[in-house]
Design a protein around this ligand. Structure first.
Ligand code: COA
Ligand code: NAP
Length: 268
């Protein structure tokens, strides 16, 4: 059987898709023919992204919602379903991060990241499940190496993203009988993104990070988008419950000196 990465006629929803890596993912699906919906808190960012997707020739829409609010997420996804029908691919990637040691953060700071990353992922998946009825439908959660590489000044993110990967794996089992595939994509350090700017804010730290990647470069949003295209396509029709690092082998070496450098400039 011949299969391709043509998403013409398919609906792709990217939650947290209005900047950085996830916006790159949304744009790549649009370039491959999909109709694309994006969501995030800022209506301005949603509008800007929808207009960029339309300029790429895609049918596009968006809605503003905080993933911590399941009612807002469900209402927004319902609007997308009304306009675009059942979903083929759902990408869930809204996240928050800042470097802070456990002593340097309040309980509310820890809770905030867990609520955005972990609870938010659950809200998005639970609200979208009634719309994942097409044969081959799949979910891609955007995780992080912190899910399995402990890093100082990242206890909140490590805990939250480890939870995200376990939601991926447990729901891959629960929803498998409905034909829904669920996978996590784990980006390495991705150049020019908010996440990297927060974790490596100086040129010296940026270079330290590059030097710690066996492939000797940072990744791009397109590197992550390509993995999502594959996982969302029929080429991956028997792949579910996988945690896929797309990181130039960065996490194999424990993400270099990231743990020490982060602790050095985090709020203590
Ligand atoms: N160090 C320690 N604590 C911090 C912090 C830092 N650098 N930045 C925020 N916090 C704390 C706040 O002080 C607050 O705790 P408090 O109420 O006890 O004072 C708590 O975190 C929540 O902050 P708040 O600004 O109210 O949260 P928010 O919901 O408006 O924003 C964030 C969420 C903090 C995660 C914000 O950085 C964000 O919106 N991030 C999205 C973009 C992003 O992180 N991109 C990278 C993705 S990898
Ligand atoms: P980013 O540009 O800050 O993107 C985050 C996206 O999520 C934005 O669209 C943001 O838009 C949205 N968002 C944030 N909080 C939200 C909330 N509470 N509700 C709804 N939407 C919310 O970050 P990025 O660096 O590209 O990271 C994207 C993803 O990749 C994240 O899951 C991150 O953990 C993961 N990752 C990044 C790197 C990296 O190198 N950057 C490495 C590993 C993993 P609004 O502000 O409008 O809400």
């Amino acid at each position: 059987m011949s299969v391709s990465l043509d998403f013409t006629g398919k609906t792709v929803v990217v939650v947290g898709g209005t900047s950085g890596i996830n916006r790159g993912v949304a744009e790549l699906f649009a370039e491959h023919g999909a109709r694309v919906a994006v969501a995030s808190r800022s209506q301005d960012k949603v509008d800007d992204t929808v207009s960029a997707l339309q300029k790429l020739g895609a049918e596009a829409m968006g809605f503003s919602a905080d993933v911590r609010d399941i009612d807002a997420v469900a209402a927004g996804l319902g609007e997308v379903h009304k306009a675009f029908g059942d979903f083929d691919v759902l990408v869930s990637g809204a996240a928050g991060n800042f470097p802070a040691t456990a002593k340097g953060m309040s309980a509310n700071a820890f809770k905030t990241v867990v609520e955005i990353d972990l609870l938010g992922t659950f809200h998005v998946m639970k609200s979208a499940e009634p719309f994942l009825k097409k044969p081959g439908a799949s979910v891609i959660n955007i995780s992080a190496p912190q899910a399995y590489v402990p890093m100082q000044a990242q206890s909140h993110v490590c805990s939250a993203k480890a939870g995200v990967d376990m939601v991926t794996r447990t729901l891959a089992m629960e929803w498998g009988e409905e034909g829904i595939r669920i996978n996590s994509v784990v980006p390495g350090p991705i150049d020019g993104t908010e996440g990297m700017d927060r974790l490596a804010p100086t040129e010296e730290l940026r270079q330290l990070c590059v030097d710690s990647v066996p492939m000797a470069r940072m990744g791009s949003p397109e590197d992550i988008g390509n993995a999502c295209l594959f996982l969302g396509s029929p080429l991956a029709s028997y792949i579910s419950g996988v945690i896929l690092p797309v990181d130039g082998a960065w996490s194999l070496g424990g993400c270099g000196g990231m743990s020490h450098s982060l602790k050095a400039f985090a709020r203590q």
